[in-house]
Design a binder for this molecule. Structure first.
Ligand code: CTP
Ligand code: CA
Length: 221
């Protein structure tokens, strides 16, 4: 079947994208190298196929082009979780493409931390796992997709995340593949489901997004 025939008309896709920034003090944060490219490419692709897209985005330099993409900008994991929780009920498809910081500073200093001794220790506490929390309250008929970036035991780790977060599909990108992952315009993915594994070639992120959207479309028929 041709791609153009794959319609998501009437479907709402809730998508997280980009990094999160976890504040240390008023001028500093803990972040990561996620650009949001993969998430935004997915948002455009779903919208182009007729979906309404709720894009909850961490800080990026990107902007959504399609009129059917509604962007909710957030900064931290807590803010992302609040926005996602509020929109989850209305979603048919949930895609967790954000690189959420696993930990945040335990206390956020009210004032800028001044340079003092030779060492500085910042205590971190675990952030909410947005995908796992939403997985616990997944409704019948909702289809959820996560991402995993692994450097070792790739498929075993990805499978474990599929199970733990109650996902229907997990998109694995290996950092061992040159040209894949953060700061590249290309990506090489393997899609892991309960009973299927689908490997794709290295290709531009826009085409990777199309492959993922095609596969989701097939699964929700
Ligand atoms: N995720 C999330 N909230 C978090 C951490 C991760 O929603 N606090 C989502 C990501 O968006 C992704 C999936 O969970 O879709 C897997 O993220 P990943 O960082 O690979 O998994 P973790 O469970 O955080 O495990 P680790 O970083 O230790 O590999
Ligand atoms: Ca993580």
């Amino acid at each position: 079947m041709k791609v153009t025939e794959k319609s998501f008309k009437g479907k709402t896709v809730l998508l997280t994208a980009g990094p999160t920034h976890e504040p240390i003090d008023p001028v500093r944060f803990i972040g990561n190298h996620s650009t949001g490219k993969m998430g935004y490419a997915l948002a455009e692709c779903f919208a182009a196929h007729g979906a309404t897209v709720q894009l909850v985005s961490g800080p990026t330099n990107l902007s959504a082009q399609h009129a059917n993409i509604i962007v909710t900008p957030v900064t931290s994991a807590d803010e992302m979780y609040a926005a996602v929780s509020q929109k989850a009920d209305a979603a048919d498809i949930l895609v967790f493409a954000a690189a959420v910081a696993d930990y945040k500073p335990k206390v956020v200093a009210e004032k800028k931390i001044k340079k003092a001794g030779d060492e500085l220790t910042i205590e971190l506490v675990k952030n909410v796992d947005i995908a796992a929390a939403l997985g616990k309250q997944k409704k019948a008929g909702q289809f959820s997709v996560g991402f995993a970036l692994e450097t070792h035991d790739e498929s075993a780790n990805a499978r474990e995340k599929l199970r733990k977060k109650n996902l229907d599909m997990i998109v694995l990108n290996s950092l061992n593949d040159p040209g894949a992952g953060f700061r590249h315009d290309t990506n090489k993915i393997t899609v892991i489901e309960q009973d299927a594994t689908t490997a794709f070639e290295l290709k531009p992120k826009t085409e990777v997004a199309q492959d993922i959207v095609n596969l989701i479309w097939e699964r929700i028929q």
